[in-house]
Design a protein around this ligand. Structure first.
Ligand code: ADP
Ligand code: ZN
Length: 294
């Protein structure tokens, strides 16, 4: 039996699974993310109650240090979340489990989960992007998560502005980076409603603007990594019809260039919704654990 732990900025999800059956975790427990002491204590309680595990995988909110060669591997680093700055999550979990443990960012975990057992199955190079409270991207190339030097950080990608978009952007660092233009708080600040609640006369232009930026993320990852699937998750992508708008937006940006799915106008198999419905990160954490004992 292996354990997976997904630590989000607002809630924690823990579960265990058989190595043969990663997509059906059991003993699932959820609780809110509070102080590091209390939260790591509740994770330790969970691990004590489920009994001995062979390994634990962790997919954590960030920013994180996910480089196994770094002295701070397994730390949450510069987060503004009170009390969590420079917290050694990996050591605490490893000690509680008394078993080997591995650590990635939440979106890298989701990318691993989707790549191995979800909407990324059958694709060679898979990305998982969340367009939610923030924008984050995890990348799996040839089955391996890409990690290094604080990377990937594509949420802060600089994008070409949509000509109709006058919004200054909402990122505290860059203003109008991808996150500053498309994350949930940016949508609310710009339009006063979330992306599922646009009035009819506003929806078309708002979707056009959002799809233009999200398609640029797809374009960049296709060009740099030869991505053949980008799973688009997070609250903003729940807006009905938004995903469908990103397909023609990508084709328009490509201008006939690029791999066939992109250039000839059928990116429906490239840009997809998550296959693991809220479990992408947990399943990714479980697959990381499974790799430790394989
Ligand atoms: P988090 O990123 O914190 O894990 P979510 O992915 O749910 O959480 O993202 C939350 C953001 O997504 C909020 O800013 C919210 O406005 C937006 N959001 C949540 N649900 C929806 C929805 N159904 N339609 C459009 N926007 C949504
Ligand atoms: Zn930014």
């Amino acid at each position: 039996m292996i354990a997976g732990i997904e630590t989000g900025g607002t809630k924690i999800v823990c579960g265990v699974a058989d190595r043969e059956n990663l997509t059906e975790p059991t003993s699932i427990r959820r609780f809110p993310t509070t102080t590091p002491e209390e939260t790591l204590g509740r994770i330790a309680d969970f691990l004590a109650e489920v009994g001995p595990v062979e390994a634990v995988g962790i997919a954590s909110f960030g920013p994180v240090d996910a480089d196994p060669a770094s002295p701070h591997y397994g730390f949450v680093t510069s987060t503004p979340k009170p009390g969590w700055k420079d917290t050694d999550v990996l050591s605490a979990v490893r000690a509680a489990a008394n078993a080997p443990a591995a650590f990635v960012s939440d979106v890298t975990g989701a990318a691993i989960g989707e790549s191995r057992a979800g909407a990324g199955r059958g694709a060679r190079n898979v990305g998982y992007a969340t367009i939610g409270t923030g924008v984050g991207v995890g990348l799996v190339v040839d089955g391996h998560p890409l990690i290094g030097n604080g990377w990937p950080e594509l949420g802060h990608l600089l994008v070409r502005r949509h000509p109709a978009d006058r919004f200054e952007g909402h990122c505290p660092y860059h203003g109008d980076c991808l996150e500053g233009l498309t994350a949930g708080p940016a949508v609310l600040a710009r339009w006063g409603v979330d992306a599922s609640s646009f009035p009819a006369d506003q929806k078309d232009e708002a979707f056009d603007i959002l799809a233009y930026y999200i398609a640029q993320l797809a374009w960049t990852t296709v060009l740099t990594l030869g991505l053949d699937r980008l799973v688009l998750g997070g609250g903003v992508m729940l807006a009905p019809g938004l995903l469908e708008r990103t397909w023609p937006a990508l084709t328009a940006i490509a201008g006939g260039y690029g791999p066939p799915q992109v250039a000839t106008g059928d990116p429906r198999e490239l840009l997809v919704t998550p296959g693991l419905e809220g479990k992408s990160g947990l399943v990714g954490a479980l697959s990381l654990a499974a790799d430790l004992v394989a």
